[in-house]
Structure formats: structure tokens, C-alpha cells
Design a protein around this ligand. Structure first.
Ligand code: FMN
Length: 335
């Protein structure tokens, strides 16, 4: 109530990245007032449970998607709001500016966002340092990628370096399917799996699929997972399909320009993907359902379609932090 009636209108008066910085400043500020942090934790976390599912140990099945805390600045504070796990990144070896601003656009009439941020992040060294300050109870995924310009063996070496450097600090790794061409992806996965075998901790490696993936594309992903012995998928990231942004004119959307669509306007794409992947990938495949999960009923539907875990991003922006415990309870009632 408070979020939708007061906080969101204030935040939505700011530009999206300004609101993002303001929110992060608030989250960091809560560290200086232990009573405030305790109050927040008390309000948003009510059960100390532990769940072990397909190599991931966490408090509950609702997580935060990559892209919100790209630089691992406030993952401990975000965890106060009840998330079972947080995915930071996308992180690249070197710091990266990302695309020119503006690059995030709210579409409140459709509970959606359009983003073309690129991989803006402070780079591996900074993220590694920040992850050292992880509070014990936070389960962390790290979404990794190569530097944008890197190709061939250099890209492979960069990703190997990321995996090695972060293997004791992450609970799982994600790689975005489609972020490099198929032969390079094949080379990268072969190298990552081989390196993982020599590391002290075996961390799940997941492929995050684009919202527009076809059944043929998913078959290819499943074959890749089987070939390399990967662990699972995140289904899905944003879509490029704008057909559900009906409350905006063509001119308004053209003025925004390119970008992936997140939130309610993704429709049911990710649910169909999860359903397909579970049916064709079998019961052991780890599936995180993401994309367009806006309500507790959506989270429940994702689990019913076959997801082991659920991730949200847009719902946190549009509905506020109260949505997290609501989803946790709804999904918890299914156990
Ligand atoms: C502003 C913004 C930045 C994002 N950055 C990343 C990113 O760096 N890496 C990534 O894998 N996904 C990124 N995403 C995609 C989200 O992780 C998520 O897959 C997508 O928003 C769909 O989920 P939702 O409908 O719950 O928002 C980003 C999304 C938004 C809106």
C-alpha cells in the first residue's frame, strides 16, 4: 500500500536510473541504522527455512533476476526483503560502460520495462571484492560474460578466468544463451565444464534463454546441456515482441527505440518455455522460471509449469518489495 501510494509515485517521477541510484543509496543507508535493517528483515522475512534443490541451497524459491544489482553493490541489503537468492551481474572481466543513456524506459500502463543497458558493470575485480562481504545467509548466482569486444580464444580465457576467480563466491553461474555465436558458445562451455571439474567447489552452470526462443531453439539448448553436463536453464530473459504493449502508440514505442521488454507485457512466453523445457528436459533439469512473473498467482503458475525456482525483476519495481513475501508464501503453500 505504502509503496504504491507514496514511494512508487515518488520514484517514478525520477528517471529510471536516477531512481535506481536513489534506491541503492537508501539500501546502503540502512546499514548505518541497525534497528532499521532489523525492522525491514522482520517485516519481510518471517520463516527461517532451508531448501535444498538440485545443488542450490537457499531459503525459498523466489529470487531476484540479474540486472538489478549488476555490480554486486547491495545484494546483502536486497536479501533483507525476503528473496531466497539473488543473481548479480551481468559481470564482465573489465569494467563496462554499457549503452548510452537513456537506456531504461518504464511503461507503467503495461507494467513493463524496455531496457537496452548493455553490460554496464564495474568489472570482475570490484565484484569479486564486494562478494567477499557476503553475509552467510545470502544465496548468490553470478551472471558472467566476456568483454563485449572479445572473440575466439580470448573470450574463452576470459570466461575461464571469471569462473575460477568467483567459484568460491558464487552458488551458481549463469551464461546468456545467444550472447555469443554458437561455435564460440560451444568452445566456452567445453572449457568451463573442464575447468569446473578441477575446482574445489562444483557450482551449477545455467544457460539463460532469450524470451523469443523457439521450440527448435530449446531443443538445441537441451542437447547442449546434455552434451556438456550442464545443470539447467533460466527461462526466460526479455522479449523483443512488442505486440502486448497495446496501451502505447507506435510513435511512442518508436521514440523509445530498441530494447528488450520485461514485465507483464512479456505475456506467457516464459511459461510456455518452462513447460516445454520440463516436458522435454526431464525431471532432473534445474529450471528457474523468469520473465513476466508479476503476481503470487504467476509465481505459482511458474512452479506448476515445472520451474524449481522463480526469479523476478519488473514485479519488484512495479509492485514493490511487499510482492516478495507474498510470492514466498504462495509458493511455500504448494510444498
Ligand atoms: C534494466 C534491466 C537490466 C537488465 N540487465 C540484465 C543483465 O545484465 N543480465 C541479464 O541476464 N538480464 C538482465 N535483465 C533481464 C532480467 O534479468 C529479466 O530476465 C527480465 O527483466 C525479465 O524478467 P521480469 O519480467 O521479471 O522483469 C535486465 C532487465 C532490466 C529491466
Amino acid at each position: 500500500m505504502l509503496y504504491k501510494s507514496i514511494i512508487r509515485p515518488l520514484l517514478f517521477r525520477m528517471r529510471p536510473e536516477q531512481a535506481h541510484r536513489f534506491t541503492f543509496a537508501f539500501l546502503k543507508f540502512t546499514n548505518y541504522i541497525p534497528l532499521l535493517r532489523a525492522f525491514i528483515r522482520n517485516r519481510y522475512q518471517f520463516e527461517e527455512t532451508q531448501l535444498i534443490c538440485k545443488g542450490i541451497v537457499c531459503k525459498n524459491r523466489i529470487g531476484l533476476s540479474a540486472g538489478m544489482d549488476k555490480g554486486a553493490e547491495v545484494f546483502n541489503e536486497l536479501a533483507d526483503y525476503g528473496f531466497g537468492f539473488i543473481e548479480v551481474g551481468t559481470v564482465t572481466p573489465d569494467p563496462c560502460e554499457g549503452n548510452p543513456r537513456p537506456r531504461i524506459f518504464r511503461l507503467p500502463k503495461c507494467d513493463a520495462l524496455i531496457a537496452r543497458t548493455g553490460f554496464n558493470n564495474p568489472g570482475l575485480k570490484t565484484v569479486k571484492q564486494r562478494l567477499a562481504h557476503r553475509a552467510g545467509r545470502v544465496t548468490l548466482g553470478v551472471n558472467i560474460n566476456k568483454n563485449p569486444q572479445s572473440t575466439g580464444q580470448q573470450a574463452v580465457d576470459e570466461l575461464l578466468h571469471m569462473l575460477t576467480e568467483l567459484s568460491t563466491r558464487a552458488d551458481y553461474f549463469t551464461l546468456n544463451w545467444g550472447s555469443m555465436d554458437a561455435p564460440l558458445m560451444e568452445q566456452v562451455l567445453t572449457a568451463l565444464v573442464e575447468r569446473r571439474a578441477s575446482l574445489p567447489m562444483r557450482r551449477p552452470i545455467l544457460l539463460k534463454l532469450p524470451g523469443d526462443i523457439t521450440p527448435e531453439g530449446m531443443d538445441e539448448v537441451l542437447a547442449t546441456i546434455a552434451r556438456h553436463g550442464l545443470d539447467g536453464v533460466i527461462a526466460t530473459g526479455p522479449t523483443t515482441d512488442r505486440s502486448l504493449l497495446r496501451r502505447y502508440t507506435k510513435a511512442e514505442l518508436e521514440a523509445i527505440g530498441s530494447g528488450g521488454i520485461s514485465g507483464k507485457a512479456m505475456g506467457l512466453k516464459s511459461y510456455f518455455a518452462v513447460d516445454y523445457l520440463r516436458k522435454h528436459g526431464g525431471p532432473d533439469l534445474l529450471i528457474i522460471g523468469a520473465g513476466g512473473v508479476m503476481t503470487p498467482a504467476d509465481a505459482e503458475r511458474m512452479i506448476r509449469m515445472g520451474a524449481d525456482f522463480v526469479q523476478i525483476y519488473s514485479a519488484f519495481i512495479h509492485e514493490g518489495p511487499g510482492i516478495v513475501p507474498q510470492m514466498v508464501v504462495r509458493v511455500g503453500e504448494m510444498e
